[in-house]
Design a protein. Sequence first.
Length: 602
Amino acid sequence: MNVRFFNKLKIGYIYLLCTVNLFSQNQKRADSLKFVYGSGEYNLTEFRILSRISESETIPDSSLYYANRILSIAPNTYPKDSSLLAFHLGYLSKGNAFQRKGKNLEAIESFLNSLEYAEKMGHESSMAYLQISIADTYAMMENNSNAELYYSKGIELMRKGDTHKEKRDLASALLNKGDWLFSLGRYDESLSYFKESDSICDQIDFQLGKAYNLGNIGLVYAEQNKHDLAEKNINKAIVILEDLEDYYPVSVYLTYLADIYVSKANIDEAFKYAEKSLNLAKGYGLKEQIRDANLKLSELHENAANHEQSLDYYKNFVVYRDSIRNIEAVQGIANEITERQQAENELLLQKRKTQRIILFATLGVLILIGLLAYGLFRRNKFVQATNKIIAAEKERSDHLLLNILPEDTAEELKEKGRVAAKKYDDVTVLFSDFKGFTSYAENLSPEELVQTVDYYFTHFDSIIDKYGLEKIKTIGDAYMAAGGLSFDNVDKAKEMVLAAKEMKDFVTQAKTDTHTSATFDIRIGINTGPVVAGVVGTKKFAYDIWGDTVNIAARMESNSESGRINVSEDTYNIIKSDFDCEYRGELEVKNRGIMKMYFVNC
């Protein structure tokens, strides 16, 4: 188990709780705020709306521009208190922008300037948050002496707070410092911080913080070879995380439990937890954990001298490590290309033979004139037949390529042998998965499992194709599609919702269909925004899309309900005149904070 990898996961999440970001990054919000700012019709002070634009910008350089704009107007802002606040927010936004660019020294300098103005205003809560942000940045730089200094200062200030939010921030800061101490191998100290943080989480009923503290306490005990205590705490963390549906750390903890049982020489239990981790990761499409669980099972089988099983799991590990999707289809393309090359080689060989025939015919023209005519006739017939073979093979290869890549991307790949990544500003992304699929799949043979998935996904493919949308990939029982990847974004959000309704209706109809005994309920989530699209790799490639829009679409699906279509606020603003939508309110979304969501009624 890679402890540092897992520590990164925890630090990254809790860091989001502590950092003083006023608004989450959202380019549509940033663009909307810029429009309002340009119109001059806004109720906020100029530096406040500029601060919101900077913190909402997804492009760090653009965020930095608006942060500098705040600092340029700050000296002329009145009264004095407002000027101090403008400088404070300007340097804070500048620090966040530099941190996102990976320029940690510049980030720290900006945070320190922001801290200076917070001190002038006497805002102790802002001072505390900034000191934790500075400490986190120093920890990333492995500047441990300064990290310890600022963690101590920030936590000391936070201890003065008495509100629910202030206590939650203190618990998060203590957890951050404990993580940092754990990474340095200072286990007794880290355990003390985790336990204090856990106590505060109990007081304010902060369940997510409690789960991470219990898990971290378990990790410390594991490093101290107190395996029973480690197992007890990690299992408690898993129970809470499963209740919160935060499955990524659950899968990580299960793999860690497998390591614990290996150290206790209880191989059967180690296998049980590793296999449970793999099944959970597959059920929720957790690609990194599918990779790690396969590697762990490969190691366990190798240690048990089950070499054939070890090799099988290692092959699966390699597949997910290299982000390979649709391997059989890609290999099929390679086979088609090989067959075409063979046909071309045969044509070249025949041309050479024909040239020799022509040479011999020229030397013996009087005797071999008939043979020459016959040879030419055969040559023409062969060329025609071979050209037909090449054309047919090319058509098959092109068709197979279009099943994997969008048309423009496929053409670029054939012409240049590579595909440049492209940014699309307005793409609608859909995620779906089946409720109860994992438990159902455990009782199926591999053949029956493939047949069941194929039955549903084949129909989904037809629906997506009907509306001119693009299927991106499938992971386990999850299905992902997108619209707007050809710079033709007209009505793509509307068409995606229509496709989602047909998918939901088909799943409902399948319950009465005699073609399959496997019936499920489906959850669907949709979001609209900018993405980056491209091809991963140069040989066994896979087309994929990335960006915050994709992550939010996945969150819309995980926060949906059985038989419902859940859309984000951005998608709702596009489709609200075409569909009857039900406002769900502002819901807490993992790693995203509060977001507005809507059900499409159908």
